[in-house]
Design a protein around this ligand. Structure first.
Ligand SMILES: [Zn+2]
Length: 305
């Protein structure tokens, strides 16, 4: 997935944080939650002991880890432009959030009759304070429904996703992960996110349905990403999405399937403990969103799993 070679980015929706607890915009009461119910984070590895993957204190911050302070992250973010988004992970995250905003701002009113509200995104490493309590790189990228913000440690991609789980190193894989987290934001807007906690484990649990739906919403974004104009009628931020990009996303969706993660961690495959769905399920639901481009087609709650 390639961004246009020229153009500015609006970086106001992304903040640098972590290492000392300075986050993005704070001020949301801890425990506020959605209807006072959902206060835990929705993490990529929720339900898996990070120790199983060799993730210890410092989380994804292994050899390729970032040692940036919140201020350094912020400076990096502020200097991003579109061309850099094709080569730089942090700028790619920033540009992806903007592409997601363009697509959901266009699609949500027409498909659901609702206006999109862009979530704030935090790029951090180490620890960060969130509306859901202390967050850590250990659990991978996550979404906090209480403050409706996305949290990403950029070191996660190389160190864990590619290095430990065999996800694709391509930029498209990183963009899929960002789009998945934005899917959780849409679920929060629509009130579906709470189903994750109400039925937290098992191959057809609410948690798995919530995760597969976020994959489907990520696919929906990819469906429209190269055709949705940027604000002001400008050309779409993304100018290409190739078969290789889709393959990279599928490879990555499979890499973060619960069965694959259990095997990678040396555990036996135990569907009763699943929280995110198998590799096959994750591949399948990304493709449903990608091929159909329809919020209604992403109704994993009505589906036979
Ligand atoms: Zn998720």
């Amino acid at each position: 997935m390639t961004f246009r070679q020229s153009g500015q980015l609006d970086t106001s929706g992304v903040s640098g944080g972590g290492r000392g607890g300075r986050g993005g915009r704070r001020g949301v009461a801890v425990g506020g939650g959605v209807g006072g119910l959902v206060v835990v984070v929705i993490a990529l590895f929720l339900g898996v002991d990070p120790g199983q993957l060799g993730l210890t204190d410092g989380g994804a911050g292994g050899q390729g880890g970032y040692s940036d302070t919140a201020e350094q992250f912020q400076t990096h973010i502020d200097q991003c432009d579109l061309a850099q988004a094709n080569s730089d992970t942090i700028c790619r995250i920033v540009a992806t959030t903007e592409s997601l905003e363009d697509v959901w701002t266009a699609e949500l009113p027409s498909q659901v009759g609702m206006d999109w509200v862009q979530p704030h995104t935090n790029i951090f490493t180490g620890q960060i304070s969130t509306g859901c309590g202390a967050g850590s790189s250990d659990i991978g990228p996550f979404y906090c429904p209480a403050d409706q913000e996305v949290y990403i440690d950029p070191a996660f991609f190389d160190d864990v996703l590619v290095g430990r789980l065999g996800g694709s190193p391509d930029g498209a894989a990183q963009m899929y992960v960002v789009a998945h987290e934005f899917g959780h934001h849409l679920q929060t807007m629509l009130g579906d996110i709470r189903r994750s906690q109400q039925d937290p484990r098992g191959p057809s649990s609410g948690a798995v349905r919530v995760e597969l739906q976020a994959d489907c919403y990520a696919g929906l974004w990819a469906h429209y990403a190269t055709t949705t104009p940027a604000p002001g009628g400008q050309a779409p931020l993304l100018e290409s999405l190739t078969e290789q990009d889709v393959d990279a996303i599928i490879q990555t969706a499979e890499a973060i399937g619960d069965d694959h993660i259990q095997k990678a961690g040396g555990a036996r495959v135990d569907p009763s403990s699943w929280t995110h769905g198998s590799s096959e399920m994750r591949r399948q639901w990304f493709l449903i969103g990608y091929e159909q481009g329809s919020v209604a087609a992403c109704d994993t709650f009505a589906a036979q799993l």
